[in-house]
Design a protein around this ligand. Structure first.
Ligand code: GAL
Length: 814
């Protein structure tokens, strides 16, 4: 490899040209569930195979069954082997171009053939990878075949999905071109506020400059000799050109890394969670005659962050706590199949709760997820592995770790290192090697791999062994920050036990809740009680109380955890396990439970009550939320809770009669009253300095009478991907949600759309996700409508025996 160090040169004004094409390669695939080795050849007849558009997850289409090899821990859905084939015409001038097929993720053990020629295997199902295919292509028809083998189970400790579940792209670039994921844009902020100066002058307070350096890898597979120019252009968030420069490039080597320094942005708008401003670096390669032969755009942001052992985290000089959640990658009823709108909705729901950070548990996410975090303003802890060489399950990645970890980790860093959202690289979650001395060498090696590619971000690992002398990952002395999972009682004395060590609560809580289910609030339960006792404490409704009074024994309730994390500045932040329920890991319940109880939001996207505790603490918007519902037996003593903020007190009324005023004291995160139930209206009023801030009412509901449909968006894009999430509410005649309604709702769709999935958030429902019906659960269910590429309207009608039906119209447009 040949390295060029360049300094400032000339300005140039060449216009951008369409020199590189990167098209979606998702359409017109054929799919066969089962093994079909002959399918790799061009001549194979796949006429009988199912036609589909990627991304695709065959597991989510299957039937729940306790006997499925993935077990309830893996979601209880089928796995197995599947084949995908696609016939296509090679891109124009393919012989003179570099043609690459890029897979964002295939779960797992993918093997790819072009025209019967083997391209390679990729075991890790969460890695993105690509193959350069020019030399295998021919004029006219070509075929690509992908075998996916997810048959060896158990594997991931959660639902993985099966298939080509992320996007596929086809890129055509010039023979001399910028490598896929071959740029690294680094910014460094010089600020007048800190009395700093740049090369030419001292900056005044209020002035700043971002110095921008870029590492650009240029590929010259055919060793073409020539004299070229590299043009670099910085665009601002409105796509206005800020700076354009030109650099010489002599080729002959197959791979050239150019280090470009001296670019800059005067008074940049900083990327932050509230104002996530993005810039772009456009790199072009021009021939000697000026013709642009390649163009590659790298979005980036300018921000500055710091972890401090005493003061915690700060972003752009301002102290802030990392208020994070852990998220697995499944999208509920849509399974693992990537859908940008579904990911965006999850993030919108998190943002509204006050979340400012996401931990991608426990694997690299889809690239679009990181684009959304950049755009929407989330900090990200990007995690590589859930295990190293020592297994967590029989067939997990430990089998491939020895041969593949270097490549998988390197490619994750190279793919992701331009995202301003990413502030932490995690090399692993609760890795077994923390308990034995092999952990030292592996930690050092992995940290070395990361630092070799990115020295601008700290490296962390989520640890559970709390005794420093016994924790071999910690003993490696290579990590930048101590990441602790659970053990919130250790937060207080951390600075005494680990003086000078930076600290982050990488995983917390593991509270268990079912939306809409309330079990007496008086005691806190640990389910299961400990590691030795069989779990028997549950109820025959496979539910956990939404009073925030149940957690796993290694965890804590939401309130216990947040009260501890909130108190200490040295706790840089926390990542609550988890933001959403996810498929698999249905702890503590046995079958038919098949998805997790840990979410602050259920699998369908409906918030559980704790959501509002966080919202009252993590946002400034006024919050008043009362629980539970108001349908109980006459005379039952019911504990009524209120989460609130921006107020001094809350007064509760039952049928107009005051039950008293309450204020949070000390570490309290809610107030409560014991109320003897009588039907009617429970009303809470929050007040500040005697003035009403918010009023909330819950009424005793009568029998189910009608259906109400509420779409999150009534206008969606006619792009075949966009979604409208329609909440179905079962109401009584007066319009109150019926809290125990479990009516079976049938859906009918007319027009230019279809049902992509249905759900109700119940963790033990065995109804299919791909269906045109769903039972309500505690009064709610969900239908996810997907557009086609036709513009027009989608009409959804929901009906149920004995209830007045309801319809809604969604418009789709270009
Ligand atoms: C943690 C683990 C998570 C999840 C969680 C459940 O120990 O890191 O992946 O299993 O427990 O409480």
């Amino acid at each position: 490899m040949f390295k060029l160090i360049l300094a400032l040169t000339l300005l140039s004004g060449t216009a951008f040209a369409q020199s590189r094409t990167r098209i979606s390669f998702n359409k017109d695939w054929k799919f066969f569930l089962g093994d079909e080795p002959n399918a790799k050849s061009l001549a194979y007849n796949d006429l009988k195979w199912r036609k589909l558009t990627l991304p695709h997850d065959w597991s989510i289409e299957g039937k729940f069954d306790e006997k499925n090899p993935a077990k309830p821990e893996g979601g209880g859905l089928p796995t197995g082997i599947g084949w995908y084939r696609k016939e296509f015409i090679a891109p124009a001038n393919f012989k003179d171009r570099l043609i690459t097929v890029e897979f964002d993720g295939v779960y797992k053990n993918s093997e790819v053939w072009i025209n019967g020629q083997y391209l390679g295997k990729r075991p890790y199902g969460y890695s993105s990878f690509s193959y350069e295919i020019s030399k295998f292509l021919k004029a006219g028809k070509n075929s690509i075949a992908v075998k996916v083998d997810n048959s060896a189970q158990p594997d991931s400790r959660w639902y993985s999905g099966s298939g080509i579940y992320r996007n596929v792209w086809l890129t055509s670039a010039a023979k001399v071109s910028i490598k896929h994921n071959g740029t690294f844009v680094k910014t460094f902020l010089i600020s007048g506020d800190k009395g700093q100066s740049n090369e030419s002058r001292k900056l005044k307070p209020g002035e700043s400059i971002a110095s921008v350096n870029a590492e650009i890898e240029i590929e010259n597979k055919f060793k073409t000799k020539g004299v070229y120019k590299i043009l670099t252009t910085i665009l601002d968030d409105k796509n206005s050109q800020l700076q354009k420069k030109e650099w010489p490039l002599n080729t002959s080597e197959t791979s050239i890394t150019m280090m470009i320094s001296g670019l800059g942005i005067a008074n940049p708008k900083l990327w932050s969670v509230d104002h996530p401003t993005m810039y772009k670096l456009v790199v072009e390669i021009a021939q000697a005659d000026g013709k642009i032969i390649d163009q590659y755009t790298t979005p980036f942001g300018v921000r500055d962050f710091n972890f401090d052992a005493v003061k915690g985290f700060s972003l752009n000089g301002k102290p802030m706590k990392i208020l994070g959640v852990c998220l697995h990658h499944d999208l509920g009823a849509l399974g693992a199949a990537v859908n940008v709108r579904a990911m965006e909705r999850q993030l919108e729901i998190m943002k509204a709760m006050g979340v400012n950070a996401i931990r991608t548990a426990h694997n690299p996410p889809a690239p679009e997820f990181l684009d959304l975090c950049d755009k929407m303003g989330f900090l990200v802890m990007d995690e590589a592995f859930d295990m190293w060489a020592k297994k967590k399950t029989k067939n997990d990645y430990h089998l491939d770790f020895p041969a593949w970890h270097k490549r998988d980790l390197e490619e994750m860093i190279k793919r992701d290192r331009n995202h301003p959202s990413i502030i932490l690289w995690s090399i692993g979650n609760e890795i077994r090697e923390q308990f034995d001395s092999t952990g030292i060498a592996i930690t050092k090696e992995l940290v070395g791999i990361v630092k070799n590619l990115d020295k601008t971000r700290p490296v962390i690992s989520a640890l559970t062994e709390t005794k420093a002398e016994k924790n071999f990952i910690y003993q490696a002395n290579a990590l930048d920050i101590y990441g602790l999972n659970y053990n919130h009682k250790l937060y207080k004395d951390f600075p005494i036990n680990y003086p000078g060590v930076k600290f982050l609560a990488t995983e917390t809580t593991s509270a268990l809740e079912t939306r809409g289910f309330y079990d007496t609030a008086d005691t806190i339960r640990r389910w299961p009680k400990d590691g030795k006792t069989k779990f028997t404490e549950g109820n025959n409704e496979w539910s956990a109380s939404a009073y925030d009074n149940v957690s796993a024994y290694w965890g804590s309730t939401h309130e216990e955890t947040w009260a501890a994390a909130k108190k200490y500045d040295h706790v840089s932040g926390l990542f609550v396990w988890t933001g959403f329920d996810y498929l698999g890991e249905p702890l503590p319940y046995p079958w038919p439970a098949r998805s997790s109880y840990f979410g602050i939001v259920d699998l369908a996207g409906f918030p559980k009550d704790s959501y509002y505790m966080y919202q009252s603490e993590w946002t400034n918007k006024p919050v008043l939320h009362i629980l539970p519902h108001w349908n109980w037996k006459q005379g039952k003593s019911v504990e009524v809770w209120a989460y609130y903020n921006n107020a001094d007190e809350v007064e509760l009324y039952l049928n107009g009669k005051s039950l008293g005023k309450k204020s949070k004291q000390g570490d309290d995160l809610h107030v409560h009253w014991n109320v003897s139930f009588e039907p009617g209206t429970l009303k809470a009023v929050s007040r500040k300095s005697g003035k009403d801030v918010l009023i909330r009412e819950v009424k005793t509901a009568g029998d189910p009478a009608k259906i109400e449909l509420i779409a999150d968006r009534k206008n969606i894009k006619a792009d075949g991907k966009d979604l409208s999430f329609v909440t179905v509410r079962v109401l009584d005649a007066a319009g109150n949600v019926v809290p125990d309604a479990d009516n079976l709702v049938d859906f009918q769709v007319e027009g230019v759309g279809f049902i992509a999935g249905v759900d109700n958030g119940f963790q033990a429902s065995l109804e299919p996700f791909k269906a045109n019906y769903r039972k309500a659960f505690h009064g709610l269910c969900l239908a996810i409508l997907q557009s086609t590429e036709k513009t027009g309207t989608i009409k959804l009608t929901a009906s149920s025996a004995g209830l007045a039906s309801s319809s809604i119209i969604i418009k789709t447009g270009k």
